[in-house]
Design a protein around this ligand. Sequence first.
Ligand code: NAD
Length: 489
Amino acid sequence: MQQSTIDTVYPPTGTLVGGEWRKARSGATFPVHDPATGEVIATVADADPEDAADAMDAAAAAFPRWSATPPKQRAALLHNAFLALQERAEEFARLITLEMGKPLAESRAEVAYAADFLRWYAEEAVRITGTFRTAPDGTARHLTLRQPVGPCLLVTPWNFPLAMITRKVAPALAAGCTVILKPAEETPLSALQFAHILTDVGVPAGVVNVLNTSRPGPLVETILRDGRIRKLSFTGSTEVGRKLLEQAAPGVLRTSMELGGNAPFIVFDDADVDAAVEGAVAAKLRNGGQSCVAANRFVVADPVASRFVDGLAERLRGQVVGPGTDPRSTLGPMINEKQRNRAVGLVDDAVSHGAVPAVHYRTAGRGDAFLNPVLLDRVPSSARIAREEIFGPVATVYRFSTEQEGLALANATESGLVGYVYTRDLNRALRAVEAMECGMVGVNRGYVSDASAPFGGVKQSGLGREGSEVGIQEYLETKYASIDAGALA
Ligand code: NAD
């Protein structure tokens, strides 16, 4: 690891299997790059299906003991991990910026968000309940209990290299499940450093195993088809999610899917337009637009559309594009050149279909992954950008005249993760909340993520929820015992 780039941060670079940090069995490694410079910042073990077999053995062996560990002890370990992460927040923020590119201020916010899942599920671990009831005909008593589903496979994306991990690991461990974590190949370092915290605070060997790989397809498929794992929790693209659902089907694995979005952001004619612009900047540019809850489509009522476009254009032009490590930067690089070029391709296609650029891209001249914000007005529905998740700092505007038309435009997508709505009319806001086909709605705010709230989507944005008291249920099975009541009569 290069000290000049990583500074004081030295995450482990091996796999974590059965409590041991080790090389991949094949000895293979792969490089991790700084998106701002393209430089190699670390080289990590490249796990393959042989390593996966070891990790499954470890997760299966650790399960009986971990699931029987008193909830209070599991809670204490999660709470200690929360404290450790808070204490080392700055170190983690630097690591996130280094491997993912976002500005340090945003990385700090991610660490706080990530830590919150540890705190929340430390609290939930001791609140796993059951029920006891008399059967309606009086012949039996019904006892229900909640039990951990078993060893789980957790697969996470690169855009929130720490928070997407704690959002799965914390409820899984709180429920009594053991896990194999497979982080994204672009951002393995935050995951490895977090696993180090878990082993440091005393999470037993085999409870958390980490496999990084440059070839996720064969490794994940091996695990899903093996039979030792009982559940898959995946966050990533809808395309990969569909494939994994197929691979999980033969074993009838339980699945949780947090997939892609194509979020509408509706601004009605009675909205506070300045507040809407403010919310739009947050909902569009957080994480450089590389977020599943990023506003993709600004659906704006005709009478306020020009004011909204002018206000947003001014704010987008004012962004400072630069490396995340520079405190002046408000927008970092995209994750890599390929993703940048994909976003540029969507912009070019939209313009060729007649979209009007209010702010156009220029070559930022700072490296291949940088893209300055773009704003396209009057985007026709024939443009690819109207249907595809943008995942970059590109905002698109669609104008409408009636409330019904606005809601129809918002729902014209196969995705259904989040929507945003700006209006001063409470009844209209409630109508929109009920009509919008998505799992989450931001009302007069461009932010919905919170460890205490159920995060997730409908339609092709996924299955299940993460966060809140609902999130732990994804890792629990219901068992029911029917007890003969004859002797009680
Ligand atoms: P991705 O689907 O390419 O990768 C996600 C994970 O899947 C990574 O760990 C990757 O290694 C693994 N993977 C890739 N191909 C695989 C295969 N064939 N078999 C098994 N595993 C495979 O997604 P990404 O580019 O890392 O992340 C961006 C996507 O994630 C976006 O669509 C975004 O909307 C979505 N996302 C959703 C949420 C949510 O909560 N709904 C949160 C963050 C990101």
